[in-house]
Design a binder for this molecule. Structure first.
Ligand SMILES: Nc1ncnc2c1ncn2[C@@H]1O[C@H](COP(=O)(O)OP(=O)(O)O)[C@@H](O)[C@H]1O
Ligand SMILES: [Mg+2]
Length: 315
Protein backbone atom coordinates (compact mmCIF):
# COMPACT_ATOMS: atom_id res chain seq x y z
CA UNK A 1 0.00 0.00 0.00
CA UNK A 2 1.30 3.46 -0.78
CA UNK A 3 0.85 6.39 1.54
CA UNK A 4 -1.33 8.15 -1.00
CA UNK A 5 -4.11 5.63 -0.36
CA UNK A 6 -6.14 6.49 2.70
CA UNK A 7 -8.51 3.53 2.42
CA UNK A 8 -7.76 0.18 0.82
CA UNK A 9 -10.20 -2.70 0.51
CA UNK A 10 -8.78 -5.94 -0.82
CA UNK A 11 -11.13 -8.72 -1.94
CA UNK A 12 -13.67 -7.83 0.73
CA UNK A 13 -16.59 -10.18 1.16
CA UNK A 14 -19.44 -9.51 3.55
CA UNK A 15 -22.50 -11.65 4.16
CA UNK A 16 -25.48 -11.55 6.46
CA UNK A 17 -27.23 -14.61 7.91
CA UNK A 18 -26.39 -18.30 7.66
CA UNK A 19 -27.27 -21.28 5.50
CA UNK A 20 -30.24 -20.68 3.24
CA UNK A 21 -30.66 -17.24 4.69
CA UNK A 22 -27.11 -16.28 3.84
CA UNK A 23 -27.04 -13.13 1.78
CA UNK A 24 -23.86 -11.92 0.13
CA UNK A 25 -23.75 -8.13 0.45
CA UNK A 26 -20.19 -7.63 -0.84
CA UNK A 27 -18.83 -10.19 -3.23
CA UNK A 28 -15.09 -9.63 -3.40
CA UNK A 29 -14.63 -5.87 -3.63
CA UNK A 30 -11.18 -4.40 -4.18
CA UNK A 31 -10.98 -0.63 -4.24
CA UNK A 32 -8.70 2.09 -2.89
CA UNK A 33 -9.46 5.72 -2.10
CA UNK A 34 -6.54 8.12 -2.40
CA UNK A 35 -5.75 10.89 0.04
CA UNK A 36 -7.35 14.20 -0.84
CA UNK A 37 -9.99 12.76 -3.14
CA UNK A 38 -13.77 12.81 -3.11
CA UNK A 39 -15.46 9.62 -4.31
CA UNK A 40 -19.16 9.05 -4.83
CA UNK A 41 -20.47 5.49 -4.47
CA UNK A 42 -23.63 4.78 -6.42
CA UNK A 43 -25.75 1.76 -7.21
CA UNK A 44 -29.26 0.38 -6.78
CA UNK A 45 -30.80 -0.10 -3.36
CA UNK A 46 -29.39 -3.26 -1.81
CA UNK A 47 -26.26 -3.29 -3.97
CA UNK A 48 -23.99 -3.12 -0.92
CA UNK A 49 -23.15 0.58 -0.70
CA UNK A 50 -23.75 0.94 3.04
CA UNK A 51 -22.03 -2.37 3.72
CA UNK A 52 -19.00 -1.13 1.78
CA UNK A 53 -18.87 2.03 3.87
CA UNK A 54 -19.35 0.16 7.13
CA UNK A 55 -16.58 -2.32 6.31
CA UNK A 56 -14.25 0.48 5.22
CA UNK A 57 -15.00 2.44 8.41
CA UNK A 58 -14.48 -0.51 10.74
CA UNK A 59 -18.14 -0.50 11.79
CA UNK A 60 -18.56 -4.02 10.41
CA UNK A 61 -15.97 -6.73 10.03
CA UNK A 62 -15.96 -8.38 6.61
CA UNK A 63 -16.15 -12.18 6.41
CA UNK A 64 -13.11 -12.24 4.14
CA UNK A 65 -10.59 -9.86 2.70
CA UNK A 66 -8.63 -7.00 4.13
CA UNK A 67 -9.29 -3.37 5.00
CA UNK A 68 -6.70 -0.70 5.76
CA UNK A 69 -7.32 2.91 6.81
CA UNK A 70 -4.64 5.57 6.97
CA UNK A 71 -1.91 2.93 6.91
CA UNK A 72 -3.44 0.71 9.60
CA UNK A 73 -4.71 -2.77 8.74
CA UNK A 74 -8.04 -3.25 10.49
CA UNK A 75 -8.39 -7.01 10.11
CA UNK A 76 -6.76 -8.16 13.33
CA UNK A 77 -7.37 -5.13 15.52
CA UNK A 78 -9.09 -5.74 18.85
CA UNK A 79 -12.46 -4.06 19.36
CA UNK A 80 -10.79 -1.45 21.56
CA UNK A 81 -8.13 -0.66 18.99
CA UNK A 82 -10.75 -0.50 16.26
CA UNK A 83 -12.85 1.90 18.32
CA UNK A 84 -9.81 4.07 18.92
CA UNK A 85 -8.92 4.08 15.23
CA UNK A 86 -12.47 5.06 14.26
CA UNK A 87 -12.44 7.83 16.80
CA UNK A 88 -9.10 9.27 15.75
CA UNK A 89 -9.02 8.85 12.00
CA UNK A 90 -12.55 8.30 10.72
CA UNK A 91 -15.61 10.51 10.53
CA UNK A 92 -19.03 9.17 9.64
CA UNK A 93 -22.06 11.16 8.50
CA UNK A 94 -25.41 9.39 8.23
CA UNK A 95 -28.54 10.23 6.30
CA UNK A 96 -30.49 10.22 9.55
CA UNK A 97 -28.06 12.70 11.20
CA UNK A 98 -27.91 10.55 14.36
CA UNK A 99 -27.72 13.49 16.69
CA UNK A 100 -28.59 13.01 20.34
CA UNK A 101 -31.87 14.85 20.80
CA UNK A 102 -31.30 15.91 24.40
CA UNK A 103 -27.99 17.58 23.61
CA UNK A 104 -27.32 21.00 22.09
CA UNK A 105 -25.42 21.42 18.83
CA UNK A 106 -22.26 22.18 20.80
CA UNK A 107 -22.68 19.13 23.00
CA UNK A 108 -23.38 16.88 20.01
CA UNK A 109 -20.16 18.05 18.37
CA UNK A 110 -18.18 17.42 21.58
CA UNK A 111 -19.72 14.02 22.14
CA UNK A 112 -17.21 11.81 20.28
CA UNK A 113 -14.29 13.27 22.16
CA UNK A 114 -16.10 13.16 25.48
CA UNK A 115 -16.94 9.51 24.93
CA UNK A 116 -13.24 9.02 24.38
CA UNK A 117 -12.57 10.62 27.74
CA UNK A 118 -11.15 13.79 26.26
CA UNK A 119 -12.43 17.28 26.76
CA UNK A 120 -12.49 19.19 23.51
CA UNK A 121 -11.51 22.83 23.70
CA UNK A 122 -14.57 25.05 23.56
CA UNK A 123 -12.88 27.11 20.85
CA UNK A 124 -12.47 23.99 18.67
CA UNK A 125 -16.13 23.12 19.04
CA UNK A 126 -17.18 26.64 18.10
CA UNK A 127 -14.74 26.60 15.17
CA UNK A 128 -16.19 23.32 13.87
CA UNK A 129 -19.72 24.73 14.05
CA UNK A 130 -18.55 27.99 12.49
CA UNK A 131 -17.03 26.01 9.62
CA UNK A 132 -20.48 24.67 8.80
CA UNK A 133 -22.12 28.09 9.25
CA UNK A 134 -23.85 27.45 12.57
CA UNK A 135 -22.24 29.99 14.88
CA UNK A 136 -25.67 31.24 15.90
CA UNK A 137 -27.03 27.77 16.70
CA UNK A 138 -24.59 26.56 19.34
CA UNK A 139 -27.21 26.08 22.07
CA UNK A 140 -29.99 24.73 19.87
CA UNK A 141 -31.18 21.16 20.22
CA UNK A 142 -31.83 19.00 17.12
CA UNK A 143 -35.61 19.57 17.38
CA UNK A 144 -34.94 23.31 17.07
CA UNK A 145 -32.87 22.88 13.91
CA UNK A 146 -33.88 22.31 10.30
CA UNK A 147 -32.82 19.11 8.51
CA UNK A 148 -30.00 20.92 6.78
CA UNK A 149 -28.79 22.42 10.03
CA UNK A 150 -28.88 19.03 11.73
CA UNK A 151 -26.80 17.54 8.95
CA UNK A 152 -24.32 20.38 9.31
CA UNK A 153 -24.02 19.62 13.04
CA UNK A 154 -23.39 15.98 12.11
CA UNK A 155 -20.67 17.10 9.70
CA UNK A 156 -19.14 19.40 12.33
CA UNK A 157 -19.07 16.40 14.64
CA UNK A 158 -17.25 14.39 11.99
CA UNK A 159 -14.76 17.24 11.57
CA UNK A 160 -13.80 18.01 15.12
CA UNK A 161 -10.83 15.64 15.15
CA UNK A 162 -9.91 16.26 11.47
CA UNK A 163 -10.17 12.59 10.54
CA UNK A 164 -8.15 11.26 7.60
CA UNK A 165 -11.33 10.03 5.98
CA UNK A 166 -14.98 11.01 6.21
CA UNK A 167 -17.55 8.46 5.11
CA UNK A 168 -20.99 9.85 4.35
CA UNK A 169 -23.96 7.57 3.70
CA UNK A 170 -26.53 9.51 1.67
CA UNK A 171 -25.79 12.72 3.58
CA UNK A 172 -28.08 14.75 1.33
CA UNK A 173 -30.81 12.11 1.04
CA UNK A 174 -33.17 13.97 3.38
CA UNK A 175 -32.32 17.52 2.28
CA UNK A 176 -33.70 19.96 -0.27
CA UNK A 177 -31.49 20.93 -3.19
CA UNK A 178 -30.21 24.22 -1.79
CA UNK A 179 -29.28 22.65 1.55
CA UNK A 180 -27.78 19.65 -0.26
CA UNK A 181 -25.52 21.97 -2.15
CA UNK A 182 -24.32 23.56 1.07
CA UNK A 183 -23.51 20.14 2.57
CA UNK A 184 -21.69 19.10 -0.62
CA UNK A 185 -19.70 22.36 -0.54
CA UNK A 186 -18.58 21.42 2.97
CA UNK A 187 -17.51 17.93 1.95
CA UNK A 188 -15.74 19.35 -1.10
CA UNK A 189 -13.87 21.82 1.14
CA UNK A 190 -12.55 19.01 3.35
CA UNK A 191 -10.88 17.57 0.28
CA UNK A 192 -9.78 20.78 -1.43
CA UNK A 193 -8.65 22.72 1.63
CA UNK A 194 -7.54 20.02 4.06
CA UNK A 195 -6.62 17.06 1.80
CA UNK A 196 -8.99 14.86 3.74
CA UNK A 197 -10.54 11.91 1.92
CA UNK A 198 -14.29 11.75 1.43
CA UNK A 199 -16.28 8.69 0.37
CA UNK A 200 -19.97 9.45 -0.08
CA UNK A 201 -22.85 7.14 -0.96
CA UNK A 202 -25.52 8.91 -2.97
CA UNK A 203 -28.43 8.22 -5.30
CA UNK A 204 -28.29 11.73 -6.66
CA UNK A 205 -26.33 12.27 -9.90
CA UNK A 206 -26.09 15.99 -9.09
CA UNK A 207 -24.38 15.17 -5.78
CA UNK A 208 -22.14 12.56 -7.45
CA UNK A 209 -21.06 15.12 -10.03
CA UNK A 210 -19.32 17.06 -7.24
CA UNK A 211 -16.99 14.11 -6.66
CA UNK A 212 -13.68 13.38 -8.40
CA UNK A 213 -14.63 9.80 -9.06
CA UNK A 214 -17.77 7.68 -9.17
CA UNK A 215 -17.72 4.01 -8.17
CA UNK A 216 -20.82 2.04 -9.14
CA UNK A 217 -21.82 -1.03 -7.18
CA UNK A 218 -24.16 -3.71 -8.43
CA UNK A 219 -24.95 -6.94 -6.62
CA UNK A 220 -22.12 -6.46 -4.19
CA UNK A 221 -19.49 -5.93 -6.87
CA UNK A 222 -17.88 -2.96 -8.53
CA UNK A 223 -19.66 -2.53 -11.85
CA UNK A 224 -17.95 0.65 -12.95
CA UNK A 225 -15.34 3.12 -11.78
CA UNK A 226 -15.16 6.49 -13.48
CA UNK A 227 -12.39 8.90 -12.61
CA UNK A 228 -12.66 11.79 -14.99
CA UNK A 229 -15.04 14.62 -14.19
CA UNK A 230 -18.61 13.78 -15.14
CA UNK A 231 -21.70 15.88 -15.53
CA UNK A 232 -24.82 14.94 -13.60
CA UNK A 233 -26.38 13.96 -16.95
CA UNK A 234 -23.52 11.57 -17.77
CA UNK A 235 -23.77 9.98 -14.34
CA UNK A 236 -27.54 9.63 -14.60
CA UNK A 237 -27.14 7.99 -18.01
CA UNK A 238 -24.57 5.53 -16.65
CA UNK A 239 -26.85 4.66 -13.72
CA UNK A 240 -29.77 4.04 -16.05
CA UNK A 241 -27.57 1.95 -18.32
CA UNK A 242 -26.36 -0.25 -15.47
CA UNK A 243 -29.87 -0.74 -14.19
CA UNK A 244 -31.31 -1.50 -17.63
CA UNK A 245 -28.60 -4.01 -18.40
CA UNK A 246 -29.77 -6.09 -15.45
CA UNK A 247 -26.69 -5.54 -13.32
CA UNK A 248 -27.70 -4.75 -9.82
CA UNK A 249 -31.28 -5.82 -10.18
CA UNK A 250 -31.36 -8.11 -7.21
CA UNK A 251 -35.00 -9.14 -7.31
CA UNK A 252 -35.48 -9.81 -10.97
CA UNK A 253 -36.43 -13.32 -12.04
CA UNK A 254 -34.28 -15.26 -14.45
CA UNK A 255 -31.42 -13.47 -16.16
CA UNK A 256 -28.19 -14.67 -14.64
CA UNK A 257 -26.18 -12.60 -17.07
CA UNK A 258 -26.76 -9.15 -18.37
CA UNK A 259 -27.52 -8.82 -22.10
CA UNK A 260 -24.39 -8.56 -24.18
CA UNK A 261 -25.06 -5.13 -25.47
CA UNK A 262 -22.16 -2.91 -26.47
CA UNK A 263 -20.58 -0.97 -23.66
CA UNK A 264 -19.27 2.54 -23.46
CA UNK A 265 -15.49 2.27 -23.91
CA UNK A 266 -14.62 3.44 -20.41
CA UNK A 267 -16.28 0.51 -18.73
CA UNK A 268 -15.42 -2.48 -20.89
CA UNK A 269 -12.10 -3.37 -19.31
CA UNK A 270 -13.48 -2.59 -15.88
CA UNK A 271 -16.28 -5.04 -16.34
CA UNK A 272 -13.92 -7.74 -17.55
CA UNK A 273 -11.61 -7.15 -14.63
CA UNK A 274 -14.23 -7.18 -11.95
CA UNK A 275 -16.45 -9.82 -13.55
CA UNK A 276 -19.90 -8.39 -13.38
CA UNK A 277 -21.54 -11.70 -14.18
CA UNK A 278 -22.59 -13.35 -11.01
CA UNK A 279 -21.72 -16.88 -9.99
CA UNK A 280 -24.50 -19.45 -9.82
CA UNK A 281 -24.12 -19.54 -6.07
CA UNK A 282 -24.37 -15.83 -5.69
CA UNK A 283 -27.38 -15.70 -7.93
CA UNK A 284 -29.36 -18.24 -5.97
CA UNK A 285 -28.59 -16.35 -2.83
CA UNK A 286 -29.72 -13.16 -4.43
CA UNK A 287 -33.02 -14.59 -5.56
CA UNK A 288 -33.99 -16.19 -2.26
CA UNK A 289 -37.24 -15.16 -0.61
CA UNK A 290 -35.15 -13.60 2.05
CA UNK A 291 -33.63 -11.20 -0.42
CA UNK A 292 -37.02 -10.33 -1.72
CA UNK A 293 -38.39 -9.68 1.73
CA UNK A 294 -35.50 -7.45 2.55
CA UNK A 295 -35.77 -5.58 -0.70
CA UNK A 296 -39.42 -4.88 0.00
CA UNK A 297 -38.54 -3.26 3.27
CA UNK A 298 -35.93 -0.55 3.35
CA UNK A 299 -32.50 -2.12 3.11
CA UNK A 300 -31.12 0.89 4.86
CA UNK A 301 -33.21 0.39 7.93
CA UNK A 302 -31.15 -2.47 9.32
CA UNK A 303 -27.98 -0.59 8.53
CA UNK A 304 -29.24 2.50 10.31
CA UNK A 305 -30.18 0.44 13.33
CA UNK A 306 -26.67 -0.84 13.36
CA UNK A 307 -25.30 2.67 12.97
CA UNK A 308 -27.18 3.66 16.08
CA UNK A 309 -25.78 0.70 18.00
CA UNK A 310 -22.29 1.68 17.02
CA UNK A 311 -22.76 5.36 17.66
CA UNK A 312 -21.82 5.40 21.27
CA UNK A 313 -18.78 3.21 21.08
CA UNK A 314 -17.41 4.77 17.94
CA UNK A 315 -17.94 8.36 18.91
N1 LIG B 1 -27.94 -6.14 9.08
C1 LIG B 1 -28.33 -6.80 7.99
N2 LIG B 1 -28.87 -8.05 8.09
C2 LIG B 1 -29.24 -8.74 6.99
N3 LIG B 1 -29.12 -8.28 5.74
C3 LIG B 1 -28.60 -7.06 5.57
C4 LIG B 1 -28.18 -6.24 6.68
N4 LIG B 1 -27.70 -5.07 6.20
C5 LIG B 1 -27.81 -5.14 4.86
N5 LIG B 1 -28.35 -6.33 4.48
C6 LIG B 1 -28.60 -6.75 3.09
O1 LIG B 1 -27.37 -6.71 2.39
C7 LIG B 1 -27.56 -6.18 1.08
C8 LIG B 1 -26.75 -4.93 0.92
O2 LIG B 1 -27.27 -3.95 1.80
P1 LIG B 1 -26.73 -2.46 1.87
O3 LIG B 1 -25.26 -2.49 1.97
O4 LIG B 1 -27.48 -1.78 2.96
O5 LIG B 1 -27.16 -1.90 0.45
P2 LIG B 1 -27.36 -0.39 -0.07
O6 LIG B 1 -26.76 0.51 0.94
O7 LIG B 1 -26.68 -0.38 -1.40
O8 LIG B 1 -28.84 -0.17 -0.23
C9 LIG B 1 -29.05 -5.95 0.93
O9 LIG B 1 -29.62 -7.05 0.29
C10 LIG B 1 -29.53 -5.82 2.35
O10 LIG B 1 -30.86 -6.20 2.45
MG1 LIG C 1 -27.54 2.06 2.07
Amino acid sequence: MTTTQTVVLDEVRAAYGDGERRLVALDGVSVAFERGTFTAVMGPSGSGKSTLLHCAAGLERPAEGSVAVDGVVLDDLSEDDLTRLRRDRIGFVFQAFNLVSALTAEQNVSLPMRLAGRRPRAADVVAALAAVGLTDRLRHRPSELSGGEQQRVAIARALISRPAVVFADEPTGALDSVTSRHVLDLLRALVDEHRQTVVMVTHDPVAAARADRVVFLADGRIADDIRQAQTAEDIAARTTHLEKSGVGNTVHSGATTRPDEPEAPASVSQREETGVRRSAHHDSVRRSDHTYEREETSPDRAANRQDADHLEESW
